[in-house]
Design a protein around this ligand. Structure first.
Ligand code: URA
Length: 206
C-alpha cells in the first residue's frame, strides 16, 4: 500500500490546532476544513489531464482540462469534516456517504446508511479522518470496491500503526494519505496522542 504523509508546514500547523484540547468547536471545524484542502491537493497530484485549445483575449493557446472522473465518499459522521477541500477544488466531483456501525451480536462492521453516486471506473477518495483499528475504513473500501472504481485513495487526518497494518494487509492496492502516523492505539482504541473523538469535536457532542 502506498502511504503518503503530508509534510507541508501548514498541515503540521492545522494538525496541532486539531490536537489541542483547548481548541473550540468552531476553530476545530475550520482547521479540519483547511487540512482537507491540503489532503485533497496531495491526493490528486496524479489525476489525468486532457489537452485543450482555448483562446486568451490575445491568442489561441494550449491548456489542460481535468479528465479524471472523481468521487468523494464520506464515512459518517467524522468524514463530513473533510468535505470542503474536495467540494471546493475538484471540478465535477460527486459525493457519496457511508454510515458504518458495529453489529452488537457479531461485532462485525455493517452499514446503516449507503448513498453512493456512479463509481464505476472513477477515482474514489474516501474521507475517514481517524484510521484507528481500520475496521470502518476497510468496510468502506470493500463497499466502494463492489462498484469497480478505477483507483481508491483514503484521506485521513491521523493514522495509527495498527490501522495502517490492517488496511495494508486487506487493501494493498489503495493509496493512503495522512497528516500524521501517530504512536499507537490505547486500550479503548483511541489513537495516542491523537485528538480525541473527531466526530464529537467537530459537532460539539461532548
Ligand atoms: N475515532 C476517533 O474519533 N478518535 C480516535 O482516536 C479513534 C477513532
Amino acid at each position: 500500500m502506498e502511504i503518503i504523509e503530508l509534510s507541508h508546514p501548514l498541515s503540521k500547523h492545522y494538525l496541532t490546532v486539531l490536537r489541542d484540547k483547548k481548541t473550540t468547536f468552531e476553530t476545530f471545524r475550520l482547521a479540519a476544513s483547511k487540512l482537507s484542502y491540503l489532503l485533497i491537493i496531495e491526493a490528486t497530484k496524479q489525476l489525468h489531464l486532457d489537452d485543450v485549445k482555448i483562446e486568451t483575449p490575445l491568442i489561441e493557446t494550449n491548456g489542460k482540462e481535468l479528465a479524471s472522473n472523481t468521487v468523494a465518499v464520506s464515512v459518517l459522521r467524522a468524514g463530513l469534516g473533510l468535505i470542503d477541500g474536495p467540494k471546493d477544488l475538484i471540478p465535477n466531483m460527486t459525493f457519496g456517504y457511508i454510515g458504518v456501525q458495529r453489529n452488537e451480536e457479531t461485532a462485525e462492521p455493517e452499514n446503516y446508511y449507503e448513498n453512493l453516486p456512479e463509481i464505476n471506473d472513477k477515482d474514489v477518495f474516501i474521507l475517514e479522518p481517524m484510521l484507528a483499528t481500520g475496521g470502518s475504513l476497510s468496510f468502506a473500501i470493500d463497499t466502494v470496491k463492489k462498484y469497480s472504481p478505477r483507483k481508491i485513495y483514503a484521506l485521513t487526518v491521523i493514522s495509527s500503526p495498527e490501522g495502517i497494518k490492517f488496511i495494508s494487509s486487506k487493501h494493498p492496492d489503495i493509496t493512503l494519505l495522512t497528516a500524521s502516523v501517530d504512536e499507537k492505539l490505547n486500550e479503548n482504541y483511541y489513537i495516542v496522542p491523537g485528538l480525541g473523538d473527531m466526530g464529537d469535536r467537530l459537532f460539539g457532542t461532548v
